[in-house]
Design a protein around this ligand. Structure first.
Ligand code: ADP
Ligand code: MG
Length: 166
């Protein structure tokens, strides 16, 4: 496949995707890399405006661990749980939270203690619950090309060089 980063063996901190499938694939690759790394809980914050592809990226991550899951933004429930894989995946969408308290009301502490993958759309809305070693995936639209996205992966504010293999 000609997905810039996801196929190259180079260690790249950002990538371009041209369609939904490539963004989903990028999410899958990041989750596979995290599983290989084996440090859990792992927190992945998805940053980007509405409609950039955060849920698409999350779907790829979820399916890497719990294949064939149906994945949609947990906009109203705050969290969806996927438990059919080798470890639980908790997918949050904090778009609608008003204060961090709301998260503790749904038992965030318990989620955050498990050997699990935690994906947080709009995680920057609750900075107090995000550990300093969280990974941030920033997704941006290309103003000139409607289906193009630039995806940057950071840890502690620095580019994270994920080896996406081939
Ligand atoms: P968010 O969760 O950031 O609000 P979604 O993942 O729900 O966004 O939606 C992304 C939208 O952008 C979808 O309608 C999808 O079809 C469209 N899209 C177009 N190009 C891409 C791309 N390269 N990657 C991801 N989504 C894309
Ligand atoms: Mg979403």
């Amino acid at each position: 496949m000609m997905m810039d980063i996801c196929v190259s063996k180079e260690r790249r901190a950002f990538m371009w995707t041209e369609n939904v499938e490539q963004t989903e694939k990028a999410g899958q690759k990041l989750a596979e890399w995290l599983v290989k790394r084996g440090t859990f809980p792992a927190f992945v914050v998805l940053d980007g405006d509405l409609g950039t592809g955060k849920t698409v990226f999350a779907r790829g991550m979820v399916r890497a661990i719990a294949p064939r899951s149906r994945v949609h933004s947990p906009t109203f429930t705050l969290v969806n749980e996927y438990r059919t894989g080798t470890l639980p995946v908790f997918h949050f969408d904090l778009y609608r939270i008003e204060e961090e308290e709301d998260l503790y009301a749904i038992g965030f502490d318990d989620y955050a203690r498990q050997k699990a993958l935690l994906i947080l759309e709009w995680g920057s809305r609750a900075p107090g619950v995000i550990p300093p070693d969280a990974i941030t995936v920033r997704i941006e639209k290309d103003p000139d090309r409607p289906d193009r996205r630039r995806i940057t992966i950071l840890q502690g504010g620095k580019p994270l060089h994920v080896d996406f293999g081939s």
